[in-house]
Design a protein around this ligand. Structure first.
Ligand code: ADP
Length: 530
C-alpha cells in the first residue's frame, strides 16, 4: 500500500536542465539531416522530457565519415598513449565534478533511483574511465621466437572505427564499457544510443571534448534501431561492431555485419540467470540477496537472477520471507530518498511485463506478491513474486526484464554412484574423486535445470559449503558466477555470456582485445649467430 501511494504522488521536479539534444558529429552538435526529432519520455508520467534529433542512415554516414577522418588522418591514434590516458583521466574528473547533473539526467530519462545513479552508476563511470585510461599506455605487443633467422614482432594496433550500439537499461555504464576501451586503444567511435535514453550520453560526450578529445573521435547518433542501428551495423566504413541488447536484435546485427564487410562483432545479450539457494542457507540473507539479484534496476538487467532455485529443505520459509520482502519494497518517484524501485522504462516494457505476469498466473504458478501496476500513471509495477514455478512455464523460460521473481523448488538427486569403499578409496586421490562425484550427483538436478536454457550469462550460488560452491561454479555454463554475492561489476572483471547470451567479453583486459588488431612483422636477421 505504501508502494502505491508513493507512485501516485506529484512527480518531483528534476534538478537539471536538458542541454544537449542534437547529434554529436565531428565535435559539433548538429540537427539530423532529415530535420526529424523524436520524443524522449519521463517514465514516471509518460510526459515528454525533450525532443531529440533523430539520426538515420544519412547521419550515420556523416558520423562514420567523421570517425574515419579522425582515425585515418587525425591526431588521436598518433598521439602518445600517455596523452590519450590523460584525456580519459581528465574526463573522469569532469564526470565527478558534474556528478549531480549527470545522475539527475540519468534518473529522469531512465526512471532509475537517484540513489542508484548518484551512489553507484556515476561513480562507476568515473572508475571505468580511470581503469581504461590506465590501460592506454600499457598496451604493447610481443617479440616472438621464430624457427628461422627472423626477427618477429607482434604489434597491437587499434582496429579503426568502432560502431557501438547500446541499450536503455544502463545508458551511462554501457557508454563506459564501450567507449572506454575503444578510446584507450586509440580507435574512433560512432555510438548509437537507445531511443528511450539518449540524454546522458550526449552530456558526457560534451565533457569528453572538454577533457581534450579531438573532434570526430567520438560521434553520438541518437535514433532508432532499424534505421540508425541497422545503418551502423551494415556500414562498410565501420571496422568493428559492439552491441548490447536483446538476443533477437543481436542476431540481426551479426547478420548485417556478416553481409556487409565481415566486421568482427561482440555481443552482450539476454539472460535467464539462475540464483541457487542451497539447503544450508541462512534464509534471511539468501532472501535479501536473491531479492536484490532480481529487483535491482526495476528488474531491468540482462543478468537479473530471474530463476530463484531454492532447496526443498528451506523452500517454504524462503517463499514466505521473499513475499514479505517484496511487499516491503518501496516503489515510488525515483528522485525521492528511500525509494528502492522506480518506474519501468516505457509503456511497451510495462505492457510486456504485465502480460508475463498474466501468463504466470494462467500457467498455474502461485502469485504470492504484487501482480499489478503500482499507482495510476507512469510505468510503475508492483514488486511481484511467483512461487511453485515449473521449468517449462514461460515465466521460467523467457526474459521478463521486470520486477517479477520466479521461485522454483529443487531437491538433491539420489547419489548416482553409491559409495562402495574400495582399495583406491584409501588413497587420498580416490577419496577426493569419490567425494567430488558424490557432490556432483547431489547437485545434479539443479545444475541440469539451471543449464537448461539457451542463455548463459550469469548465476548466483548461495551456500556456506566450499565443495558445493566449487562444484556449482564449474558446472554452470555461464560467463559469471557470483558466490554469496551478486551484481559485482568491478572494472577489471570480465563480463559476457556463454551460449546465446553473447559473444566475447567486456571489461578488464579482455575488453581491449575487442578493439585491437594484431600485426606480425617479420624481418630476416642477417647474422643469425647473434
Ligand atoms: P530492447 O528490446 O530491450 O529495446 P534491443 O536489442 O531492441 O533491446 O535494443 C538495444 C539497442 O539495439 C538499441 O539501441 C536499439 O535501438 C538497437 N536496435 C534495435 N533494433 C535494431 C536493428 N534492427 N539494428 C540495429 N540496432 C537495433
Amino acid at each position: 500500500a505504501a508502494a502505491t501511494a508513493a507512485a501516485t504522488e506529484e512527480p518531483i521536479q528534476p534538478p537539471v536542465d536538458v542541454k544537449y539534444t542534437k547529434l554529436l558529429i565531428n565535435g559539433n552538435f548538429v540537427d539530423a539531416a532529415s530535420g526529424k526529432t523524436f520524443a524522449t519520455v519521463d517514465p514516471r508520467t509518460g510526459d515528454v522530457i525533450a525532443r531529440v534529433a533523430e539520426g538515420d542512415a544519412e547521419d550515420v554516414n556523416r558520423a562514420v565519415a567523421a570517425a574515419r577522418r579522425a582515425f585515418d588522418e587525425g591526431p588521436w591514434p598518433r598521439m602518445t598513449a600517455y596523452e590519450r590516458c590523460r584525456v580519459l583521466l581528465r574526463f573522469a574528473d569532469l564526470i565527478e565534478q558534474h556528478a549531480d547533473e549527470i545522475a539527475a539526467l540519468e534518473t529522469w530519462d531512465g526512471g532509475k533511483t537517484l540513489e542508484q545513479t548518484t551512489g553507484t552508476e556515476v561513480p562507476m563511470v568515473a572508475r571505468y574511465m580511470r581503469y581504461y585510461g590506465g590501460w592506454a599506455d600499457k598496451i604493447h605487443g610481443l617479440v616472438v621466437p621464430a624457427d628461422g633467422p627472423h626477427h618477429v614482432q607482434v604489434l597491437h594496433e587499434p582496429i579503426g572505427v568502432a560502431g557501438q550500439i547500446i541499450p536503455w537499461n544502463f545508458p551511462l555504464l554501457m557508454f563506459a564499457w564501450k567507449v572506454g576501451p575503444a578510446l584507450a586503444c586509440g580507435n574512433a567511435v560512432v555510438l548509437k544510443t537507445a531511443e528511450q535514453t539518449p540524454l546522458s550520453a550526449l552530456f558526457v560526450a560534451s565533457l569528453l571534448h572538454e577533457a581534450g578529445l579531438p573532434d570526430g573521435v567520438l560521434n553520438v547518433v541518437s535514433g532508432f534501431g532499424p534505421t540508425a542501428g541497422a545503418a551502423l551495423s551494415s556500414h562498410m566504413g565501420v571496422d568493428k561492431l559492439a552491441f548490447t541488447g536483446s538476443t533477437g536484435t543481436g542476431k540481426i546485427v551479426l547478420e548485417l555485419a556478416a553481409r556487409s564487410n565481415l566486421k568482427p562483432v561482440t555481443l552482450e545479450l539476454g539472460g535467464k540467470s539462475p540464483f541457487i539457494v542451497m539447503d544450508d542457507a541462512d534464509v534471511d540473507q539468501a532472501v535479501e540477496l536473491a531479492h536484490r539479484a532480481l529487483f535491482f534496476n526495476q528488474g531491468q538487467c540482462c543478468c537479473a537472477g530471474s530463476r530463484t532455485f531454492v532447496h526443498e529443505r528451506v523452500y517454504d520459509e524462503f517463499v514466505e520471507k521473499a513475499r514479505a520482502r517484496a511487499l516491503q519494497r518501496v516503489v515510488g518517484d525515483p528522485f525521492r530518498t528511500g525509494v528502492e524501485q522506480g518506474p519501468q522504462i516505457d509503456g511497451e516494457q510495462f505492457k510486456k511485463i504485465l502480460q508475463y505476469v498474466k501468463s504466470g498466473v494462467d500457467s498455474g504458478a502461485t502469485l504470492v506478491a504484487g501482480g499489478d501496476r503500482a499507482g495510476s500513471r507512469g510505468f510503475y509495477i508492483q514488486p511481484t513474486v511467483f512461487a511453485d514455478v515449473e521449468d517449462e512455464m514461460k515465466i521460467a523460460q523467457e526474459e521478463i526484464f521486470g520486477p517479477v521473481q520466479s521461485i522454483l523448488k529443487f531437491r538433491f538427486a539420489t547419489l548416482e554412484f553409491p559409495r562402495i569403499p574400495s582399495d583406491r578409496d584409501r588413497l587420498s586421490t580416490g577419496i577426493y574423486t569419490n567425494t567430488l562425484r558424490a557432490m556432483c550427483s547431489t547437485v545434479e538436478e539443479v545444475v541440469r535445470r539451471a543449464n537448461a536454457t539457451p542463455y548463459g550469462l550469469a548465476a548466483g550460488v548461495f551456500t556456506q559449503r566450499l565443495d558445493a560452491a566449487n562444484t556449482l561454479a564449474r558446472a554452470l555454463r555461464v560467463g559469471t558466477v557470483w558466490v554469496n554475492t551478486y551484481d559485482v561489476f568491478d572494472a577489471a572483471v570480465p563480463f559476457g555470456g556463454y551460449k546465446m547470451s553473447g559473444v566475447g567479453r567486456e571489461k578488464g583486459v579482455y575488453s581491449l582485445r575487442n578493439y585491437l588488431q594484431t600485426k606480425a612483422v617479420v624481418t630476416p636477421i642477417k647474422d643469425a649467430a647473434w
